[in-house]
Structures are given as structure tokens and as C-alpha cells.
Design a protein around this ligand. Sequence first.
Ligand code: UDP
Ligand code: MG
Length: 322
Amino acid sequence: MSKLISVVVPCYNEQEVLEALRERLTNACEKWGYDWEVVAVDDGSRDTTWEMLCRFQAEDPRWRSISFSRNFGHQAAVSAGLYHAQGDAVFIIDADLQDPPEELHRFIAKWEEGFDVIYGVRKKRKEGLIKRFSYWAFYRLMARVVPFEIPLDSGDFCLMSRRMVNTLNNFPERNRFVRGLRAWAGFKQVAIPYERQGRAAGVPKYTPSKLIKLALDGMISFSGLPLKMASQFGFIVSALAVLGILFTFFQRIFSGFFDRIGLAPVPGYATNVIAILFMGGVQLIFLGIIGEYLIRIFDEVKQRPVWIVREANGLEPKAPPR
Ligand code: UDP
Ligand code: MG
């Protein structure tokens, strides 16, 4: 029996690119020599994305799709796609053709060699300077703070073996940072460098606030370091305070000497205010960090589903894992 390869495509308001995606992806799939299916996940689009996906299914039953009851976010869409994909290996690619379908056969070759995760690494990004810098900084920071190996500059674009997909499907968390979970799970992983294109059409569906949420999810669900920073920082500030106390003390006792070197004690309103503001700020920042963890813990204990399926097309929707 020939093996099946699934392609998971999260789509949020992607009507401008879907035709081009269907053509290029179908062409690529036909060349692999495996059976294939597409699992498109409509993440609560407000445009005609769902109608188009339904039409694709009618014209080619291998284009299956599900739609969410509302916008649950990219990571939820990817997770739902992985959950519904039947393949012996499963791709994740963006709808906007930034990840070129023509490159996918290189991933399959690695999978045939026995790798479990074959992930794309961007050689170059054709995006704005600020966005490129933010991504660059994020992945480097992430690599420093997480206690396991995480590849730099690698998004969700990848091919995963069935056992890796099963592993991910069994992860219970709700705030899913798929590329992090994927690295955390281990197995044999290999990078494939590729050139990330600009969007084929339409505007980015990741708003800055969604990107910040994604970055925080990644950082917080894989690292306790931000919390530990509070105590480390506290020690440093306290040590500085002790030095300050000693200094003031000697300034009083040896006021003659400090007079001569130009460091005579002056009424210290300014220093007081600065110290108070500084400590106040530090405490608020760390309260905020604790809050970010708390929000996520709260999300996890509520045990709500990660997504809700409204309709499905060409596949049987399964209740999301609990
Ligand atoms: N996406 C989604 N839900 C969202 C936001 C984005 O499913 O809430 C999809 C989107 O349709 C695209 C992929 O996630 O296929 C990546 O989004 P986008 O291209 O906007 O992100 P960028 O490439 O700018 O990081
Ligand atoms: Mg994109």
C-alpha cells in the first residue's frame, strides 16, 4: 500500500492566495509519488476562504478542510490540522506561499532517510526591517533561555513523521507553541535551509499583538527563567542598596574628607525619588511576569478545548483532546 502524505494549511482570510496555493501545491504533490491529502483549516475567516475550500473539495476530494467556530489563532489551527491529518508524514505550511511548495520534495527525501522532523530554516526573509530584527532577536533569546536545543530561525514549516505527530497530538497544553513542542519532543530532527518568499497576496494575518502573544507563549511555556530573573535582579538591587548605605554612612563620618573630594552630602530628595521609582518599576515588571505565567496556568486548568469545529469537508471532525 502506498504511503499517504498530509499537508496541513492554516488559513485565515486568505481568499486572495488560495487559488494560487491550490495550483502550486497540487502540482507539487503530484510529483512525489505518494498518495496525498491536504487538510486546510479555516481559522474563522470572515471572507470567502471557507466557500473556496468547499469548492476545492468538490473538485478534488483530496482537498479536505475544517472550519473553526471563530478565530482561534494560527497555533490552534496548526494543532487541529495535525490532529485531523491521516498521513504517514505530515507537512505544515502557510497558506500565503511564503513556504514554497516546490521545495517540499527535499523534505520528503529526508523523511525517507528516517528523520522524524524535517524543519525549514529561513536563509533570508523578505520582510520589513523591524519584523526581521524582532524575529532574529526572539529566536536567539529563546535559544538562550530554554533548557533544550531549539533551532534558530525555524517556524512551523516542517514535515513530521507519524510518531512525531502522534506525540504532539497527545500533548495536553492549550497554549501551543508548536515549533517549541516539536523541538522539546526530540526524535531525529534535521534542518533544511530555504529562502522565505514574500507573501504571494493579501496582508499578514499575524497582527503585532498576535506575534507578541506567540513570543510570550514560546518563552513562558518553555522557560522559568523570567521568573527566576526576579530574585536575581532583587539580589543585585539589594547589593547596590547595601553599597549605597555604606557610602552614606562613611560620607557622614568622614564628611571633611568627602568635602575635599567634592562629594559632600547634599539633601537627598533626588536620590530618594529615583530609588523609589526604580524599585517600584522593577516590582511592577516582575508582577507582570508573574501575571503572564498565571494567565497561562489559568488557561490550562480551565481545560477548555483548543479549538471548536464548525463544519468539516471530506473528513470526520474529531473532538479536540482534553
Ligand atoms: N493564520 C491563522 N490564524 C491567525 C493568523 C494567521 O490561521 O489568526 C495563518 C495565515 O492564514 C497563514 C499563516 O497562519 O497561513 C501565517 O500567517 P501570516 O502569513 O499572517 O504570518 P507571517 O507570515 O506574517 O508570520
Ligand atoms: Mg506569512
